[in-house]
Design a protein around this ligand. Sequence first.
Ligand code: SF4
Length: 308
Amino acid sequence: MNAVWIDNEVVPADKAAKIERETHKLEKRLCRQVGQAIIDFNMIEEGDRVMVCMSGGKDSYGMLDILLKMQQRAPIKFEIVAVNLDQKQPGFPDHILPEYLKSLGVEYHIETQDTYSIVKRNIPEGKTMCSLCSRLRRGILYSVARRLKCNKLALGHHRDDMLQTFFLNMFFGGKLKGMPPKLTSDNGEFIVIRPLAYVAEKDLIRWAAHRAYPIIPCSLCGSQTNLQRVQIGNMLRDWEKQYPGRAETMFTALQNVVPSHLMDHKRHDFRAIKATGIPDAEGDTAFDAEEITPPALTGLPGLQVVMA
Ligand code: SF4
């Protein structure tokens, strides 16, 4: 029988052809979603020098991979520099990323700074180290971007991260606030972009498996897990299991905000509301129960919350 080898297993030719078709579809979807996010939020412009922040996790590998593909076909010229910060966490395999990036032929820089020791020295045993660690990391990455003359920093957060952040802020922070696809850095110096804003985590997991990235585990620092984030992640996965498609509807909602129907008087001038005397077919009926119609979804298929 005609067959090919995949993962030490003989796969019949028809199954192999199906896998190839699915992988091709996945690649097209990833490129389309990243391209759409770049257009919708004007993430990358002519002449940009984009510092792609690499952690060694599946998301940053996927982001670099897709951005390099986009660079080939984009109608504009922009540069990519892959950057990894080696924080000297015990057991960090510091040869993996340089070897991988060299093999791609992409411009890259590894910044080595022992923030791990600083954090260990300053945070009492048992307390979470993440806040100091990420503050130090942020400062270092800004200085690296400055040195490398990059004007944009690309981060590998995807849309499941964005949904999680939205619910974290609502449940624990009392704010309707998500994770922006594009923002100005807190020091005002750089633009931070999230080109994977429309990409589902499940797709990144499949793509990483297909590309066999040399993933570096993220638990090296041994810091505590963010329990609130884990809780929210579980809640979203349960919802998606019970009500398939809910995650996509929620993600669409983040793109369809109606401030006049929330209660933030700083965003909407409720005080100034007056009767106009002019009927409005689209206006609120006030007394009748509102009919909820399913949204026109983003047209960006593929959002699925990853099942644990
Ligand atoms: S998980 Fe570890 S590496 Fe990540 S921010 Fe927290 S302390 Fe730093």
